[in-house]
Design a protein around this ligand. Structure first.
Ligand SMILES: Cc1cc2nc3c(=O)[nH]c(=O)nc-3n(C[C@H](O)[C@H](O)[C@H](O)COP(=O)(O)O)c2cc1C
Length: 394
């Protein structure tokens, strides 16, 4: 088993590594997950977060390499979701006198609701002396639950950021600069798109506070610790939390007999012809959480479905439902609905209605093609794409 790791003098990583987790509430985690917890060996032995319940043994063993778990004086619960708090009852059992701190109101209520344990509430800006160090709490409500907060340790200049700046990435190496940075950044973006994206406004407020801190490390509750690339991840969060898009198109479709598929290919080619990078995604073959990774900064999103039993395809409906929950409703992105039908164009029309609900700009009407598109029909899609691009530039 990987030992506890000292990430800064007297501050230890004592979390769990889940090498085999491939789905985290429906989000594909192809690189596994870590549940990071941190132990600060100050006058008051302080634990920041815990681990998922199934990792309790591994987590307690790592703590035991540094200190007897019964000696823990303080537990900070930055967020009560069970991947961070599942081992809290075990800690409460071995160290019953340890004081548990959570955000006032939401955090305290959630600790009680999940475990029947009473926590002490802290407010944003409140501090706690643990000896040499003073911890400062900053609440970050709805990034991504009501209780979320982050904790800053002044002596170490570490921000224990919980879910913010996290990535689902299992590794024996704890720091950004010890791992493949491209993969870490990709996983950070996938995490943002699938977990944090709906809460961009709240995340931006939190980011503005974080940017004022003097930081040696950002230690999230998932993935690697940011040490050498703090500026880079803050820059990315600045772009993501302000919903910045790039000139890029994502064309997502399903098709039974290839008519919608040929339209999707033509639309993709039309974007490329106009100098806009475009990606073609068959929703049957790409998981919706991976599609979100591609969508997170795309200015243009085209979605196609044939008509199946008076409906859009269930695969497309699933993707659109997921996207509507996550993506911003700020009308900054340009959408296109298209697809084929036999006798009543309900599939493409439903796609259009869903894009409208998700507050896309829809500068051109739904493109519904009866049966198989002719060469001329396909050629007309070039014009359709040009109108979308013109709308974006207007
Ligand atoms: C099982 C099945 C159910 C269908 N249901 C409808 C329908 O309810 N309404 C309709 O207009 N077309 C319906 N169609 C016809 C398809 O929408 C049509 O063949 C279309 O061109 C298929 O597009 P695709 O090649 O992209 O799959 C159905 C086709 C199949 C195979």
């Amino acid at each position: 088993m990987l030992n506890a790791i000292e990430i800064s003098p007297k501050v230890w990583w004592v979390g769990g590594i889940d090498w085999n987790e491939r789905s985290f509430h429906g989000y594909t985690t192809e690189k596994g997950i870590t549940y990071n917890a941190y132990l600060i060996m100050d006058e008051q032995v302080t634990l920041i977060d815990t681990a998922k319940a199934t990792f309790t043994d591994e987590f307690l063993q790592r703590i035991s390499q540094v200190v007897d778990p019964s000696k823990i004086d303080i537990v900070i619960t930055n967020h009560v979701e069970m991947d961070h708090s599942g081992s809290l009852p075990a800690i409460h059992k071995v160290a019953p006198n340890a004081k548990i701190y959570a955000s006032a109101g939401a955090g305290v209520n959630e600790v009680r609701a999940h475990y029947g344990i009473e926590a002490i509430g802290v407010k944003s800006g409140e501090t706690l002396s643990i000896g040499e160090r003073t911890l400062t709490f900053v609440t970050t409500p709805m990034v991504h639950w009501p209780d979320n907060m982050v904790t800053y340790s002044d002596v170490d200049k570490i921000l224990f950021s919980n879910d913010a700046f996290g990535q689902h990435f299992a590794s024996t190496k704890r720091f950004d600069d010890e791992n493949d940075l491209c993969e870490v950044m990709k996983q950070a973006k996938k995490y943002y798109a699938n977990i944090v994206w709906p809460y961009g406004m709240q995340a931006k407020k939190a980011l503005d506070v974080v940017k004022t801190l003097d930081l040696n490390l950002i230690a999230p509750s998932h993935g690697v610790i940011w040490r050498s690339n703090i500026d880079k991840i803050l820059e990315k969060y600045e772009a993501w939390t302000t919903y910045q898009t790039v000139d890029k198109a994502v064309v997502v479709y399903d098709s039974m007999w290839h008519s919608t598929e040929s339209m999707a290919r033509e639309i993709t080619d039309a974007f490329i012809k106009e100098g806009i990078p475009a990606e073609l995604i068959d929703v049957k073959h790409t998981h919706i959480s991976d599609i979100m990774l591609e969508l997170a900064d795309a200015k243009y999103v085209a979605v196609g479905s044939p008509t199946l039993n008076s409906n859009m395809m269930p695969t497309v409906a699933s993707f659109l439902t997921y996207m509507r929950g996550l993506s911003p409703k700020n009308e900054q992105r340009i959408g296109l609905a298209f697809g084929s039908y036999g006798w009543a164009p309900l599939g493409p029309k439903q796609v259009y209605a869903e894009l409208e609900n998700a507050k896309f700009q829809l500068p051109v009407p739904v493109v519904a093609q009866q049966w198989i598109p002719s060469k001329e029909n396909l050629a007309e899609l070039q014009e359709t794409v040009c109108k979308m691009i013109e709308a974006a530039q207007a």
